[in-house]
Write a protein that binds this ligand. Structure first.
Ligand SMILES: C[S@@+](CC[C@H](N)C(=O)[O-])C[C@H]1O[C@@H](n2cnc3c(N)ncnc32)[C@H](O)[C@@H]1O
Length: 258
């Protein structure tokens, strides 16, 4: 809960007037190649909302944003209006954070059913499900990415709904041999240092639950366990200068099986 509260207070204060759209523009371009968006029908959820979904507005019928920070929700909606998008087309809503009741290994449910019901109510879905759920640059903030993935899958249309996750690809560490760790990487922190100019640490601090980026296999196991199939992974969908080096962003996608 501590990390979730750190995120709420950090993102509530963040000034997004001069939002940097660079990554969002690159990722939106690749997403349009990966998925047949239909401006007449595609219903999209942007969980942890940001510029990426607004870049996809012309390709979708309706976008709902969900975020735990009222500040992010307000900026998202203001920027959508400035872009000429009406609330019935694009609208973010503040939602309660999903706080897992226990960890993935010990709980078959982990509080997902309750969280899914609450999310459906908060978004006033009345039984509607999403064609696409998008979650960009937020997985590194989530204490338990397996449980969040299962929550996101629960609001997707069975058989056809697709989840897209964007986040930082695993850093190429010059001295990183043997550091391909799974599960215990919270404890490993590699601050940027001289001589590691290609080893950026763009996301650090009290809001970050996972440093070091994610491997394709970590995300794939997360997706598979959550009931997704047709896994796709674009390792380098976007790049940006961050933290004194080049950061590379992946797009992972999977289809809800049933
Ligand atoms: C780095 S921003 C990314 C925003 C946007 N998707 C983008 O790509 O620019 C991270 C977002 O995750 C949200 N967030 C952090 N922790 C969260 C949590 N536990 N549940 C839902 N959203 C969370 C923050 O409020 C913030 O809007």
């Amino acid at each position: 809960m501590e990390i979730i509260n750190a995120n709420i207070s950090h993102f509530d204060k963040l000034e997004t007037t001069n939002e940097d759209n660079t990554i969002a523009v690159q990722v939106a371009q690749v997403l349009r190649q990966l998925y047949a968006f239909d401006p007449e029908s595609t219903f999209l959820l942007d969980y942890a909302s940001g510029p990426l979904s607004r870049n996809l507005a012309a390709s979708t019928r309706q976008i709902l944003g969900a975020d735990i920070s009222q500040g992010v929700v307000d900026s998202y909606n203001r920027l959508a209006r400035e872009q000429g998008l009406s609330p019935d087309k694009v609208q973010a809503i503040r939602v309660q954070p999903f706080v897992p009741t226990s960890n993935t290994s010990t709980a078959p449910d982990g509080g997902i059913a309750e969280a899914a019901n609450r999310l459906e109510e908060e978004l006033q879905l009345a039984g509607r499900k999403f064609d696409v759920v998008l979650c960009a640059n937020a997985y590194h903030h989530f204490p338990d990415i397996d449980l969040v993935t299962r929550l996101l899958v629960s609001v997707l249309k069975p058989d056809t709904g697709r989840l897209f996750v964007v986040d930082l690809s695993e850093y190429k560490r010059p001295h990183g041999a043997g550091h391909h760790h799974h599960g215990h990487h919270h404890a490993h922190h590699h601050p940027p240092s001289a001589g590691h100019s290609h080893d950026p640490e763009p996301f650090t601090g009290p809001t970050v639950a996972h440093t070091g980026g994610f491997t394709s296999s970590r995300i794939q196991s997360c997706f598979t366990n959550a009931g997704l199939c047709d896994f796709q992974f674009v390792d380098s969908a976007a790049t940006a200068e961050m933290g004194g080096g080049k950061a590379t962003f992946f797009i992972a996608s999977g289809r809800r099986r049933e």
